[in-house]
Design a protein around this ligand. Structure first.
Ligand code: PA5
Length: 432
């Protein structure tokens, strides 16, 4: 991955001051890397957990032997955003329409119409006695939406399959109520390490099981994450996660409280939504680490190039200077598609005839960067060589470790989400 900080508009002196502040956090991360799953930062060790990988691969093999035609992932927030992000980045947004052997559906919020569509899609397969796999993912094992959706879907599966236990894979904390129920019912259960929080769990069985089942090379995903982990533990001068964190923080302190991830690849939009949760839940905090009320947070937003140039960029370039942008683009596509040479179109947009869509996209990106420079808007660019698992694994790890460094700079706990818990408790009270 190539990262260019040249237009960050943060000077070397500012970075040197912040480096001093970040050093203790780097030391803590280095320590966490030696202690498996004991520390809150434990998610950085998922990428080298061979036992976990072996277990997940074994379960994937067992599931594959059933020849399933649908995989329904039931989970919300940290329990499904990572899987959607990686699936879309690697297999594309049109994966299901390309009619693979195994289609994937996601059930997150409790939306009657969306659930009805899921049921409508899986029912013909169930009627034909084909296997539909339900992968219910919940760290706590007690999220209202997830359990409601799971019950609804389990009921549908039970109607058509007398032997259905092998169709259910539960991913949760060991000994959660859901874990115990899964064991009791004979479902397959996969463990999320206690110290790995929801939004940091994509490289645990939460993401690995569904992604591996869809044929994604999950070993490569973890290898990429491991490589990036090493980079992000390096001395701060050459540490990409720390460098990005310092730039975002320095801007935040100067009033640029919005961090836009501007993805110049349609398939990466899901990664944007995953990033949004990661930043918002980790850094948006009422209290600091000394329990003093600070109401802090960086507001993450997601833009997709070039689509959002026709929607948001007027604001980004002409509006208040309150954003820092991270552009992400992909150097190579799987295929090359060229605009044909049709003379009658030459007048409409000169200069595109015979050119590949990639060349046109690159010109749009370069044009955008020039416009950002001209209006003195700060940005960095991240170039992914491709959208293969190794590269996506790197990106995930980079963003997660950047968030940990940012948590330290903002003096907040990036691993809890006390205010989300409030809504969960209130909802349960109302429904009781
Ligand atoms: O990151 C988090 O911790 C949250 O977004 C959770 O992932 C989300 O609330 C779902 O919780 P659970 O996995 O316990 O069902």
């Amino acid at each position: 991955m190539k990262i260019n900080y040249a237009n960050s508009r943060i000077n070397a002196k500012q970075i040197r001051i912040l480096e001093k502040r970040l050093e203790p956090e780097r030391a803590r991360l280095i320590q966490a890397a030696k202690t498996e799953y004991l520390d809150d930062r434990a998610s950085i060790n998922l990428c080298c957990d061979k036992t976990m990988m072996k277990t997940v691969k074994k379960i994937i093999q067992l599931t594959q032997s059933l020849n399933p035609v649908y995989l329904v992932v039931v989970g919300i927030g940290g329990s499904n955003l990572g899987s959607i992000a990686v699936q879309e980045a690697i297999l594309g947004k049109y994966y299901n329409q390309l009619r693979p052997k195994l289609q994937v559906l996601y059930a997150d919020t409790v939306d009657t119409d969306a659930m009805n569509a899921v049921i409508t899609l899986i029912t013909p397969a169930l009627k034909k006695r084909k296997k539909v796999i339900l992968n219910v993912v919940s760290k706590s094992g007690s999220t209202t939406e997830t359990i409601a959706n799971f019950e609804v879907l389990l009921d549908v599966v039970q109607k058509y399959q007398t032997k259905y236990a092998d169709s259910v894979v539960v991913t949760t904390n060991k000994n959660s109520k859901l874990w115990n129920l899964g064991v009791e019912k004979g479902f397959t259960v996969l463990e999320i390490p206690e110290k790995v929080g929801g939004r940091y769990s994509v490289l645990s069985p939460v993401g690995l099981y569904p992604l591996g089942l869809l044929g994604i090379n999950i070993s490569e995903l973890l290898k990429g994450a491991f490589k990036m982990r090493s980079n992000c533990l390096r001395p701060l001068k050459s540490n990409p996660a720390a460098k990005l964190a310092m730039i975002l923080y320095a801007h935040y302190k100067q009033g640029k409280t919005i961090a836009d991830l501007f993805l110049f690849s349609n398939g990466l939009e899901g990664l944007g939504k995953w990033y949004r949760q990661l930043i918002a839940e980790s850094l948006g905090k009422e209290f600091n680490n000394q329990n003093k009320r600070i109401n802090t947070g960086i507001t993450p937003i997601v833009s997709v190039g070039s689509t959002d140039l026709h929607s948001m960029v007027q604001l980004y370039l002409g509006g208040p200077c309150n954003e820092m942008t991270m552009f992400v683009d992909v150097a190579t596509n799987k295929e090359t598609i060229k605009v044909p040479k049709m003379n009658e179109f030459n007048e409409l947009v000169p200069g595109i005839q015979g050119k590949s869509l990639k060349v046109i996209m690159d010109a749009i990106l370069q044009g955008t960067l020039i416009a950002f420079k001209k209006t003195k808007r700060p940005f960095v660019t991240l170039e992914l060589a491709n959208k293969k698992p190794f590269m996506i694994g790197q990106f995930l790890q980079l963003m997660m470790m950047m968030t940990m460094y940012l948590g330290h700079l903002l003096d907040v706990n990036p691993f809890d989400q006390p205010n989300v818990e409030t809504y969960k408790i209130e909802t349960k009270r109302l429904l009781k």
